[in-house]
Design a protein. Structure first.
Length: 220
């Protein structure tokens, strides 16, 4: 079954472009982004892997580890990395899981359990469901799931925006309104009473309705 928000992210062991990992140990107390690809040497994913390498410092600042996955071998990953560096200007600087036995893709509900055989014999279209983004919290729970079509490049700036929102919610009892960006007002969640809100948000708030209370973004 596909995983959804609130599910525990499956643990696994795998070979990667940076050596073997035990996923939970590798993640530690960090947040994580697992983003997956249907096949090496595919054009849109090539641009995505390069862009993620360029903005990795932004994830580092947020205590977020990033890891890719493709249903191919580490040898193919190494050859693909050279193409990514040549065409995008930056090679992947994070691990890329070699999932040529489909184990992780199945664990995360991206391929059916009955998929088997040689990964090289499968086409990107065969693996088109393996094009997901999972944001995982330090508690190993899934916080966000995005599934993209083959022809649309993913917006990783949006993933950063969502992580900013999730981390605010985790630290303070706030949520973020439509199109929210860093520094803009946030919403005090309805579960917080006005009495408790006075203690947690001493600068006050603007109540548009009893359940829609805007306040300044708390400092991280």
């Amino acid at each position: 079954m596909p995983l959804t928000i609130g599910d525990t992210a499956p643990d696994f062991e795998a070979e990667t472009s940076q050596g073997p990992i035990h996923f939970y140990d590798w993640l530690g107390d960090s947040w994580g982004v697992l983003f997956s690809h249907p096949k090496d040497f595919t054009p849109i994913c090539t641009t995505e892997l390069g862009y993620m390498a360029k903005i990795k410092p932004e994830f580092d600042l947020r205590n977020v580890k990033i890891i890719g996955l493709s249903v191919d071998s580490t040898g193919d990953h190494e050859r693909w990395a050279a193409d990514i560096a040549e065409t995008q200007g930056t090679a992947p600087n994070y691990p890329l899981i070699a999932d040529d036995d489909f184990h992780v893709a199945k664990l995360y509900g991206m391929l059916p359990d009955d998929v088997s055989g040689d990964a090289k014999s499968r086409t990107p279209a065969d693996n088109q469901t393996v094009r997901n983004v999972f944001v995982i919290g330090p508690d190993k729970k899934i916080k966000l799931v995005l599934v993209y079509p083959m022809t649309t490049g993913r917006n990783f700036d949006e993933v950063l925006r969502v992580i900013d929102s999730l981390q605010l919610t985790a630290k303070y009892k706030v949520a973020t309104p439509v199109n929210w960006k860093q520094g803009e007002d946030v919403i005090i969640v309805p579960a917080v009473s006005d009495e408790d809100a006075k203690k947690q948000f001493p600068s006050g708030w603007k109540a548009l309705t009893p359940y829609l209370r805007l306040t300044k973004q708390p400092s991280k």
